[in-house]
Design a protein around this ligand. Sequence first.
Ligand code: PLP
Length: 404
Amino acid sequence: MSSSVIDFVATEARFGAHNYAPIGVVLSRGQGVWVWDTDGNRYLDCLSAYSAVSQGHCHPKILAAMVEQAHRLTLTSRAFHNDQLALFYEEIAALTGSHKVLPMNSGAEAVESAVKSVRKWGYEVKGVPDGQAEIIVCANNFHGRTLGIVGFSTDPETRTHFGPFAPGFRIIPFGDAAALEEAMTPNTVAFLVEPIQGEAGVIIPPAGYFAKVRELCTANNVMLVLDEIQTGLGRTGKLLAEQHEGIEADVTLLGKALSGGFYPVSAVLSNNDVLGTLRPGQHGSTFGGNPLACAVARAAVRVLVEEGMIENAARQGARFLEGLKDIRANTIREVRGRGLMLAVELHPEAGRARRYCEALQSKGILAKDTHEHTIRIAPPLVITSDQVDWALERLATTLTQDFS
Ligand SMILES: *Cc1c(COP(=O)(O)O)cnc(C)c1O
């Protein structure tokens, strides 16, 4: 490590809250699937900022839209109209087939906004007695880090010593439709769920699960809220992961890649009157829907579609998954994935995934461990076949390496 690396790392450690444990690399530049550290070493980014940089680092068209808009107008607040918001609404609604859009900033804010909206819908439309609304969520969920959200997490690390938490959430196992049916009561307003559990380690539910979930939600007048903040916008090889299941959510949450990594932009999309219950003064955000965010999001979504990134994610994802399955290494317990949302789960005896991520770093690949034994692989959706093969070669040598 050069002295400059030690300096950045030490200074961060000295002044920053230690709420992250980053891999020991200091990045200073990115382009497409590649990032460079302060010493000029190049890495293939196999995390893509948890899928926020799906369009590739510093995409020139998103950059141009951002710079152009930043010269004209950045923030008006929603006290006034601006000439970007309507266009953002129109384009995202047309693309996703949604009727209403609520723009926010972070993913967690989109989740919070959805929770507020479905509760209000429950009281004002469904007729649930005030204060009694219940929302069903899944074990091992990840929906963000706000107090409201960590209160219904099942991860002790996430929750411990942050309470007291808000009531009104019921937790059921993921992938278990019978448990959902069991948990529903007349006061249930929504089922909030990830189509594929990302942070839990890319957990794909059994075939037919979401068809049954859709059926149960419709039959019981319960809003199906799909958190597609990570799975959405092409990551799984379709625009929305719900399309793999042949269903439509009542409320869809987008974030992360909605801005191609330039700026925090999230949105709540709804197909019905859930967002219609919000009246002036009842919800808002100073930065939500600002012209800079809208211009960036419009460009981010446009390049995703125009440059065929969604189809590429399907194609390269299939190639990557096949390649991972072909690696014969006794360190591997299971390989999972859909599109370019992939994971390699290691045998507990193989040691912690972190060591493998560090070994990958020395071979020019940045990946992140999750839950001790899983390596998550989620490169930008612009990755080519040659780059997939390049990554697979390095993964194969790393995973067959003996660390003991
Ligand atoms: C990342 C993520 C969030 C939270 O988004 P932030 O922008 O970090 O607040 C919520 N849900 C899912 C599924 C995510 O992957």
